[in-house]
Ligand binder design. Structure first.
Ligand code: SF4
Length: 384
């Protein structure tokens, strides 16, 4: 996470997010100061033509987004990639778990490239396979594993998705978490929700009406997750102790302050935010929901948005007729998303022009098969 002190907005003034440049990578990374980077990226993309398909997540920098053939959230992008089987190369401007999902959903002939391998996701990294397997053993020891359906958020590694596939579980997105949880509770009396405790709690409590006290948090750093067998037996939701380092920053105090400062402001947040923030918000929804809500909002309306800053800035620039502010007093980008910058994109594209596939993301066949089971269960649900 990159933070820079900044007074509360307004946005749309072009704050430079380039505070963390890429890390070492094989090959010759062009310097960020190269004035020809835009022209080089354009030329490489033109040379590759239909052979390359560039995906840009909404949280990417503008300098990268301008080269995306399509933009979206992680799930939409993976599906967009799957819909382009003719594209030999999928260049994923996002983070590691997204590129893995694209590899799972595309054909074996297609190659997925992540321009900087250091673009991970701190939330996905909070649930490691070994930790999750240990937790499952504890659920077996407590005599409840056969009642538990594991549900993992899209923002998780391929091996966690595969774990869910093996254990009768499913993947969800921030758009369909409610539908997925309903599916899970038709098959078990408890859910283990990975890795984002906030999305799990917000959906369980606010959408399904599960009492807050029936949600317990499994801390992978503590013996038995820090829970007794009785607590596990009594719980309905076993929430993995993971969170997004960007969305987890928004606070209920800032919501109160903004309401006092901006008459009529509406608070619009992502469900990865803390429960206390979501309770105070006017609207809660996925990145796609946030974009649509702002696009349809009347001119003159005022919004404080709790999601990643690259997207909030882009929305502020795109809708100058509305007042759009960021729901935090500091600039807060997703630093791993920001790893993908123009030099890395140019390097990846020019390497492809030369016939070299750099930073290829490849999920092993067994993990891919098991993860596909969990993804397919989600895809088979109505509305997704
Ligand atoms: S914004 Fe949060 S969930 Fe998304 S990639 Fe960054 S750390 Fe992960």
């Amino acid at each position: 996470m990159t933070t820079v002190d900044l007074p509360l907005l307004p946005l749309g003034r072009g704050v430079d997010p380039n505070s963390e440049r890429g890390v070492d990578c094989p090959g010759d990374l062009p310097p960020a100061s190269d004035p020809d980077l835009v022209a080089r990226a354009r030329a490489a993309k033109e040379k590759l033509g239909e052979r390359v398909f560039v995906l840009g997540h909404h949280y990417q920098r503008d300098e990268v987004i301008q080269f995306a053939d399509v933009t979206g959230d992680s799930f939409k992008l993976a599906r967009d990639a799957a819909a382009r089987p003719d594209a030999e190369y999928i260049v994923f401007c996002g983070v590691h778990f997204m590129a893995e999902s694209a590899d799972i959903l595309t054909t074996d002939e297609q190659q997925v490239v992540l321009p900087d391998l250091a673009a991970g996701c701190s939330m996905a990294d909070m649930a490691r396979l070994q930790q999750v397997e240990s937790a499952w053993e504890a659920l077996e020891a407590a005599g409840i594993a056969d009642q538990v359906v594991p549900v993992t958020y899209m923002n998780s590694s391929a091996d966690i998705k595969a774990f869910c596939g093996r254990h009768g579980g499913v993947v969800c997105t921030s758009s369909n978490a409610e539908t997925v949880l309903e599916w899970a509770f038709e098959r078990g009396s408890k859910v283990m929700f990975l890795p984002d405790q906030h999305l799990g709690r917000n959906t369980a409590v606010l959408k399904l009406g599960i009492p807050l006290e029936k949600n317990v948090v499994w801390n992978p750093r503590l013996a038995n997750g820090g829970l007794t067998a009785e607590q596990l037996q009594d719980a309905t939701m076993i929430l993995w102790q993971g969170h997004c380092s960007v969305h987890g920053r928004f606070s209920p105090d800032t919501v109160d302050e903004l309401r006092a400062e901006i008459p009529g402001v509406q608070i619009l947040v992502h469900p990865e935010c803390q429960h206390e923030v979501v309770l105070k918000a006017d609207l809660v929804g996925s990145t796609e929901f946030i974009i649509k809500t702002i696009a349809e909002a009347p001119a003159g309306s005022a919004w404080a948005i709790g999601t990643e800053l690259n997207l909030v800035q882009r929305l502020a620039n795109a809708h100058p007729d509305k007042r759009i502010v960021f729901l935090d007093r500091t600039v807060c980008y997703c630093s791993t998303m920001n790893r993908i910058d123009l030099p890395h994109l140019v390097w990846a594209l020019e390497s492809l022009v030369e016939g070299t596939v750099v930073n290829k993301i490849e999920v092993d066949p067994q993990t891919q098969a098991e993860a596909t089971v969990a993804l397919q269960r989600m895809l088979d649900l109505p509305g997704k």
